[in-house]
Design a protein around this ligand. Structure first.
Ligand code: FAD
Length: 545
């Protein structure tokens, strides 16, 4: 509170005098309208998920002032995005685009370079440009959230006809999540794979449309992502090569029925056999959605009560206390819960569910939970909603585990194999518990791979807690890389380290990325350092961390 009462002097991007910067902002005000350019001189407020800040990361792992914007601008059209980009080139000011800025756990709305001007696309560019009920596609601007898309389908009477795919939290941007290669939990859960067609403003200010969008008068931009020639879309995900102003997304036909199910498994050691059961079923599409195998620790945290409800000493909760606390929950005295969904009419579901049941029961002690015994506010129903494309925010509950709860994730990719799951479980448990945190693993099963997601929930009001979480993450990343596991996505502060782990052949991939960056963005104005890609003007000058 004391800190919030202070007025802040706005941060200025490095390399430009304060007065010149303020004059440059005036120039932008003339182009966009004064009300669409805000200097970040107010006290930083963290708000909460639905009222999050766009100036910094509300769940910061560093000091809040470290990765902070100097100003936030709100373009209202692709042309205005082009104007902002040209302005940035003229004044050599770093800009950082966000769609909605709810990238929590990965840096929130913060820019990678302190003092960047945040380009908040979502506030004014939030139109649903098309919903095509025959082709099951849509075309959206950056400010369209999962909630907004869902409500639009409802308003047009199409929500029974087709489904969206939402991540655990529905307040994010359909574009922002996809360009960061986020995931959801229906059969359309790989969001990047399900997009079709981009409009992108390049760092030079030029605008391109990819795939069929490059052909004037086409009517298949959202139907065939490739068009002709090199498939350029990939370089606009997890990068800093362009600002996406429109994106097409495929939508899922209503499958004609669904049934959520949940199984639990008694022991930590059941993980290996369970993964070997899941792999063939997932690859052959008996398990149809991106499903989750969650440890009881996260199950307990998902109830929303702080860990102090169960245990007040420092250090990880002893297993006996954890299990006793979970005894009254659907997971009971078991270690793992599998949340899945079967799609289609009843007779088709019955066939798949019978197969799944017999396979899961090969794990001794496996238990099927009867959903009809679960009250409506049980976490299971949040998973059920998300798995049928209904946006939700109940998942936020586990962030309350620590006081001033914030989180950062370790998320390595591996085969869906028992031996890999067991190695990663051992690594995560050892490191996370040694750092004094509770170990909350969840295995998110894609198609032929899985991401282990280990959320470290820390106290963002406690410097020691933040330091311990970050040090633990850094150790996890390095040790996992030495074992052959790399992250699928990461937080701003870990991007350099993780890009470094993808260093095969003397860093050949990063050299290629740098060549692209220097060709597309010679002044290095667009999101310098994002995903470890530094433009020439910044490279080797101590920006990496
Ligand atoms: P933004 O913050 O707008 O964008 C993310 C990043 O992409 C930006 O920082 C920017 O660098 C880049 N970017 C955004 N828009 C553009 C653009 N138009 N052009 C170029 N670059 C751009 N995530 C998941 O994927 N799946 C989950 O299940 C999930 N569960 C979560 C659960 C909890 C409890 C929490 C707290 C977070 C979870 N997240 C999950 C993380 C996060 O909330 C979502 O991924 C969210 O959708 C990202 O925020 P956003 O959509 O507002 O994207």
């Amino acid at each position: 509170k004391a800190q919030n009462a202070r007025q802040r002097l706005p941060v200025v991007p490095q390399g430009i005098e304060r007065d010149d910067f303020l004059k440059a902002l005036d120039e932008l005000r003339e182009q966009l309208g004064a009300e669409h350019v805000e200097v970040n001189n107010k006290p930083l407020r963290d708000g909460w998920y639905m009222e999050h800040p766009n100036t910094h990361d509300m769940m910061t792992i560093l000091d809040e002032e470290e990765l902070v914007a100097s100003a936030v601008v709100f373009p209202g059209s692709t042309q205005e995005v082009q104007q902002v980009v040209r302005w940035a080139n003229k004044h050599l000011i770093p800009i950082f685009p966000i769609s909605m800025g709810r990238n929590l756990g990965y840096g929130g709305a913060a820019p990678r370079v302190r003092g960047s001007v945040t380009v908040d696309l979502g506030r004014r560019m939030n139109a649903i440009l098309d919903i095509n009920a025959e082709d099951y596609t849509c075309l959206v601007e950056p400010g369209v959230s999962y909630y907004a898309l869902y409500e639009a389908l409802k308003a047009r009477g199409l929500d029974e006809h087709m489904w969206i795919d939402t991540p655990d939290l529905g307040g994010g941007s359909v574009i922002g999540n996809a360009v960061d290669r986020g995931v959801g939990y229906t059969p359309y859960g790989d969001h990047w794979a399900c997009h079709a067609g981009l409009e992108v403003v390049l760092p030079s200010g030029e605008v391109i449309r990819t795939g069929m969008g490059a052909l004037p008068g086409n009517n298949s931009w959202q139907l065939f992502p490739y068009g002709f020639g090199p498939f350029s879309d990939g370089i606009f995900s997890q990068s800093n090569f362009g600002i996406v102003t429109q994106m097409g997304m495929t939508l899922m036909p209503n499958p004609g029925g669904y049934e959520a199910f949940m199984y639990t498994f008694p022991n930590d050691e059941d993980l290996g056999p369970l993964m070997d059961i899941i792999r063939p079923l997932r690859i052959s599409n008996i398990f149809e959605n991106v499903a989750q195998v969650r440890h009881v620790t996260q199950g307990l945290a998902s109830r929303g009560l702080p860990r102090s409800t169960y245990y007040t000493s420092p250090g990880p909760i002893p297993s006996s206390i954890l299990r006793a606390a979970a005894a009254s929950t659907p997971v009971g005295d078991h270690a793992w819960a599998y949340y899945g969904m079967a799609y289609g009419p009843a007779h088709i579901r019955a066939h798949k569910l019978a197969l799944i049941d017999s396979e899961f029961r090969r794990v001794p002690g496996a238990r099927k939970i009867d959903p009809s015994t679960l009250p409506p506010d049980e976490y299971f129903w949040s998973r059920e909603r998300v798995a049928r494309g209904v946006p939700d925010i109940q998942e936020l509950a586990w962030v309350n585990w620590a006081p001033n709860g914030a989180h950062i994730a370790f998320s390595p990719v591996s085969p869906i194999r028992g031996a890999d799951a067991a190695r990663l479980f051992e690594l995560g448990k050892r490191r996370v518990e040694a750092a004094g945190f509770d170990f909350m693993p969840a295995f998110v099963v894609g198609l032929r791979e899985m991401h282990l997601i280990v959320e470290i929930v820390f106290d963002r009001g406690d410097v020691g807690s933040k330091k311990a979480a970050l040090a633990c993450l850094r150790d996890l990343v390095d040790e996992a890389a030495a074992m052959g596991y790399g992250e699928y996505r990461t937080h701003l502060v870990l991007m350099d380290q993780i890009a470094g782990t993808y260093g095969w052949n003397d860093g050949a991939l990063m050299k290629f990325n740098e060549k692209l960056k220097d060709a597309l963005d010679p002044n290095g104005i667009l999101a310098p350092g994002r995903c470890g890609i530094w433009p020439k003007r910044y490279r080797g000058r101590g920006w990496e961390m």
